[in-house]
Design a protein around this ligand. Structure first.
Ligand SMILES: Nc1ncnc2c1ncn2[C@@H]1O[C@H](COP(=O)(O)OP(=O)(O)OP(=O)(O)O)[C@@H](O)[C@H]1O
Length: 705
């Protein structure tokens, strides 16, 4: 029995020896296979780590409501993110011959150069320490000289890297901003339903609350993040492969495989603990935008608020938004704090200890094929390996961190995409807006689903056109009227009945939900609202807006002509008063309400359009000036479409469109004299009727005597 057992153990030992000699004979091949597998493994796990996470059913349901007020936007590194990123990348890098592609190529070459320099420095470091241990001063100083020489390409490469990265960020930003501005403001005098996106995005759609912040801030952050992610990802992946290859040459690929398994296990743990930084970023941007918007409203309406004494309410509103921002920042900071502890513990300390063990392998064990080395050689190997390992673990850590960067990029991508997608939708006339409850009734829903026709014409004609507000409130079910060029129209009715809404349809701002609208293009209209818009720029710019001075000259108009126009509205003294045509002011504050209206009238006379839309445009000027301006406009051949409560204006109009405020209207010829007589009679009767209760009370008193 004992003999049998001894035979068996000898047999086993023999096969083990056979195996080990087979392994030793083929070790170079095994090493090569392990190294190649390692490269694929790193690339594979990196790809897997950054590949799209499948979106859950509930998450895809949420997509529709993404970005809506009060709801945190759903942001994840998922298929949707990659789809959006691909789209944006095709904008910022339009082709392989583009400037951006060239810069990326330069960036990549510099990244490779930097890794090559680091590898050289790791070996040099080992050599310096070895020359110290061997006490060889000549060797030591010659190595120090090499160290100093290598600093030249090293610093040069690093500076170039950060320079090109920043240039890339600017280039991406410029591409995106140009595209967005092109869509947002469109072409001058753009025809068709696709224009005026800046108006429609704020008025007809609820998805984007603060386009200003998205265009100025979010695009910039996105571009910086995209430019950084490339070097944060490409460089560490390259480093991990190269450093580990070098390391496997020194310590054997087997140790490296063991180390990789340990590192991957702890990395998986770290990844599972990573908070959703992408969502945090997107929400931060959204909340910061809301706070800025509240502040900008405060600055814009400072005078109104000051007169109303609304400081407390405004303070409460600003503080509420600020508190929301701070609450969120605190929450993110808390998560970052504990995640930072876990991260450093694993990446720096745990992986560091694994590394030290790995570096010790050639010191404690003689690797097959390795030569016998002295103390200096062992120290050199240890120092080189340790440096390689530190660089490699640092690179691996950065691959891990870049997941965080990628999440942040996902946050900015979501914001920029929301802007691009909403603009695209708005251009196509697809709006998302909370509708009033009445919009869901069968009859109203039918109107809202319909689309009308717009036909270009010299005259204005509405045939069965519903007037519908952006939130689906139907103000008038079917409006029909016709005026010819030269026939002035007065529009009256109670507040909120849809007087200005008619103009928004004429200006192409609101969609036509049904019927036929015949009208000239939007460029044939000039609007003068109660509070006219004054642009940034010179006094001249206020009159000729939106023309430039070059356009004015091209039209053959001089400053003297402008002065004559100003004389019509008795504002010619303003040129001298304000320091000449070229003086620049915040005209909104420099001019009084009446002056602003007069400047807007001067602008009308300068442009001399076919139609003028006057929305309470004379409310702040004296009656004699009002008459003068109306007459001058008529002399110039401008057809007036006027909303005004002043009976003094009736005499300038031939037709009247009278809304009753209940969805009904009357369109008829306007006989101003008759209407004024009727109005006086009506007022006299109303005055008499108002005295009746007082007279009755007095009669009752008298009866008591
Ligand atoms: N951008 C918008 N989004 C949603 N509703 C709007 C929008 N603009 C106007 N409305 C609504 O459309 C309705 C009609 O507005 P409109 O400005 O045409 O009234 P109006 O007759 O000119 O009133 P007023 O004499 O007070 O100026 C109002 O109820 C208003 O709230």
């Amino acid at each position: 029995m004992a003999v049998l057992s001894t035979l068996r153990s000898q047999e086993f030992k023999k096969s083990l020896d056979r195996l080990s000699s087979l392994y030793l004979r083929n070790r170079p091949l095994v090493q090569r296979i392990l190294n190649i597998s390692f490269v694929f493994y790193v690339l594979g796990t990196t790809y897997k780590g950054f590949a799209a996470r499948p979106a859950s059913a509930s998450a895809s349901k949420k997509k529709k409501s993404e970005g809506k007020e009060g709801q945190p936007p759903r942001v994840a590194v998922d298929a949707l993110f990659y789809q959006r990123l691909r789209h944006i990348i095709s904008i910022v890098i339009p082709g392989i011959r583009s400037k951006e592609a060239l810069m990326l190529l330069m960036h990549s070459s510099l990244l490779i150069t930097r890794t090559a320099i680091s590898l050289y420095v790791a070996t040099l470091d080992g050599k310096i320490v070895a020359s110290l241990v061997r006490a060889k001063p000549l060797e030591f100083f010659s190595n120090i000289l090499r160290w100093l020489l290598v600093a030249i390409p090293a610093t040069w490469t690093n500076s170039w890297l950060s320079y090109i990265q920043s240039k890339l960020a600017i280039a991406y930003r410029t591409r995106l901003t140009n595209l967005v501005m092109q869509e947002y403001l469109g072409e001058k005098n753009e025809v068709g339903p696709g224009g005026k996106v800046y108006y429609k995005i704020s008025n007809l759609d609820d998805r984007i609350k603060n386009p200003d912040q998205m265009i100025t801030h979010d695009i910039q952050r996105f571009s910086a993040s995209l430019a950084a992610i490339y070097s944060n990802l490409a460089k560490p992946v390259l480093d991990v492969i190269l450093y580990n290859y070098q390391l496997s040459q020194n310590v054997g690929a087997e140790g490296l495989v063991g180390l990789t398994i340990m590192v991957q296990l702890s990395a998986a743990l770290l990844r599972s603990l990573t908070p959703p930084f992408g969502s945090y970023t997107a929400l931060s941007a959204q909340l910061a935008g809301a706070l800025r918007h509240t502040h900008s409203r405060l600055a814009e309406f400072a005078e109104e608020i000051a007169f109303m004494g609304g400081e407390e309410t405004e303070k409460m509103l600003v503080e509420r938004d600020y508190a929301t921002v701070i609450l969120h920042e605190h929450r993110v900071l808390r998560r970052k704090w504990w995640f930072g502890c876990v991260e450093e513990g694993i990446v720096k300390w745990l992986w560091g200890s694994f590394g030290l063990v790995l570096c010790a392998i050639p010191v404690f064990f003689k690797l097959p094929g390795a030569e016998n080395v002295d103390l200096g050689g062992r120290t050199e190997g240890f120092v080189t390996n340790r440096r390689l390992l530190l660089s490699s673990s640092d690179a691996f850590g950065r691959v891990m961190y870049s997941y965080k960067d990628l999440s942040e990029l996902a946050g900015y991508t979501a914001r920029v995409s929301a802007l691009l997608e909403t603009m695209e939708d708005v251009k196509k006339g697809r709006f998302e807006k909370a509708l009033v409850s009445s919009a869901s009734t069968e009859e109203n829903a039918k109107i809202l689903q319909g689309r009308g026709e717009v036909i270009m014409s010299d005259n204005i004609q509405f045939e069965n056109v519903p007037i519908v507000t952006p939130n689906g409130d139907i103000l008038v079910r079917s409006l029909s009227f016709k005026i010819q060029h030269g026939q002035h129209l007065l529009i009256v009715g109670p507040n909120g009945c849809g007087k200005s809404s008619l103009f928004r349809i004429l200006g192409g701002l609101w969609p036509v939900y049904g019927g036929i609208v015949r009208k000239p293009p939007a460029s044939s209209f000039i609007l003068i609202p109660q509070r006219p818009y004054l642009t940034l720029g010179t006094l001249r710019d206020q009159i000729i807006y939106p023309h430039s001075q070059a356009e004015m000259t091209a039209r053959g108009i001089t400053d003297d002509d402008l002065l004559k126009i100003l004389a019509v509205v008795q504002m010619d003294n303003v040129v001298e008063r304000e320091g000449g045509w070229d003086s620049v002011r915040e005209w909104r504050d420099a001019l009084s309400g009446g002056d602003k209206q007069k400047i807007a009238w001067a602008r009308l006379f300068y442009h001399n359009p076919k139609y003028a839309i006057l929305d309470e445009a004379t409310s702040l000027v004296p009656p004699d000036m009002e008459g003068r301006m109306m007459e001058h406009a008529t002399e110039l051949g401008i057809t007036l479409l006027t909303v005004s409560h002043r009976p003094s204006l009736w005499k300038y109009h031939e037709f009247i469109l009278h809304y009753d405020g209940q969805g009904g209207y009357v369109f008829t010829k306007l006989d101003a004299e008759k209407r004024l007589a009727l109005q006086s009679e009506k007022q006299a009767l109303e005055t008499k009727l108002s005295e009746v209760p007082r007279m009755r009370a007095r009669l009752a008193e008298l009866k008591g005597f």
